[in-house]
Write a protein that binds this ligand. Structure first.
Ligand code: 13P
Ligand code: SF4
Length: 328
């Protein structure tokens, strides 16, 4: 079995020294003791720092984390190593548990691109023109936006969910690149995109990806649907983050280009050591702001508790449950 230092050495985003890894091991012990004391479960998003993934009970993409959070029964506390909208989603679907976000700076620029007040105005405008309008929101939105939505989607199920809707006219919020991907997959719908994008994925250019592929034509290219359409066009597969993990494990090929936030290549490097993962990635400051110490402090001091008012939580939960039902 590899030591923590050997596993973290495979990760190329950081260059941890043996001393740093020893500090991580001490923190892991403290976190495990606090987890027991608080009767907590730690869930973490695929983009999080590898030393945090190593202490999590469950690691996944947004859909897996939302489903997992909805099923937590035995633990009193869900320690959410993700960004704010993800912890909020956990609270919406499991309101009797205490949900903690270890660092309040872990927001999401894409979620901020669609303020609920602006969305309410846009819905009223579009409903006057298209009475059948359905409002489909990406899970990367605030609870208030989810409350205004008919149904939620994630990067793992967006086209599948949209196909189940009876409405032809769909307002798709807030990611225009994911909206474009869905419009290509479901051409029978009129997809009206909100003009938001993720600053991390938007920075990745087709020139960069073509240059890497030219130098290494054997690479299988996996692209996240938040990337620009001209980047998605170069992909062998357009996938959610956990979709990429499954694809890389199942495919016979040995070399992959991972086009998303860099944390995913780190998870793959640790988990699939017999294959090569080339990085076509950028860093998300929101995903990287949380340190292992924050996770320890969060469980020790029971901070920062996520609260969602009932008048927002109830309609937001309805939209999320519709997604679970549509994809069951
Ligand atoms: P996934 O649901 O594919 O993990 O994506 C979440 C996200 O924030 C991508 O930037
Ligand atoms: Fe938000 Fe983009 Fe960061 Fe994902 S990668 S959390 S969409 S800013």
């Amino acid at each position: 079995m590899s030591t923590l230092f050997e596993e973290l050495s495979r990760v190329t985003t950081y260059d941890y020294s043996p001393e740093e890894v020893r500090e991580f091991e001490v923190l892991h012990e403290e976190i495990r003791a606090l987890k027991k004391q608080r009767n907590a479960v730690i869930v973490a998003h695929n983009y999080y720092r590898p030393e945090i993934l190593k202490v999590a009970d469950f690691v996944g993409d947004s859909l897996e984390l939302a489903l997992m959070a909805s099923k937590v029964k035995d633990a009193d506390v869900i320690e959410f190593a993700g960004v704010h909208f993800m912890a909020e989603t956990a609270k919406i679907v499991n309101p009797t548990r205490t949900v903690l976000l270890p660092n309040l700076l872990a927001g999401c620029q894409l979620a901020d691109a669609a303020p609920a007040e602006d969305l309410a105005v846009r819905i009223a405008e579009l409903r006057a023109k298209h009475p059948d309008l359905a409002v489909v929101s990406y899970v990367n939105t605030t609870a208030a936006v989810k409350a205004l939505s008919d149904i939620i989607v994630t990067s793992a199920n967006a086209a599948k969910v949209v196909r189940t809707l009876s409405s032809k006219n769909i307002l798709f919020v807030p990611d225009r690149n994911l909206a474009n991907h869905v419009a290509e997959q479901v051409p029978e719908k009129n997809i009206i995109p909100w003009d938001g994008y993720c600053y991390v994925h938007q920075q990745i250019t087709p020139e960069e990806i073509s240059r890497i592929r030219k130098a290494d034509p054997e690479l299988q290219i996996m692209v996240h649907p938040e990337c620009r359409p001209d980047v998605a066009d170069l992909a062998d597969a357009v996938l959610s983050t956990s979709g990429m993990v499954r694809f890389a494990k199942e495919r016979p090929e040995l070399r992959f280009l991972v086009v998303t936030e860099c944390g995913l290549s780190d998870r793959l490097a640790m988990e699939v050591p017999d294959k090569t993962f080339v990085k076509g990635c950028k860093l998300c400051t929101f995903m990287k702001v949380t340190r292992l110490e924050d996770v320890r402090d969060s469980l020790r001091d029971m901070k920062y508790e996520i609260v969602v008012p009932e008048e927002i939580r109830v309609p937001a939960e309805r939209a999320l449950r519709r997604m679970f039902e549509a994809t069951e």
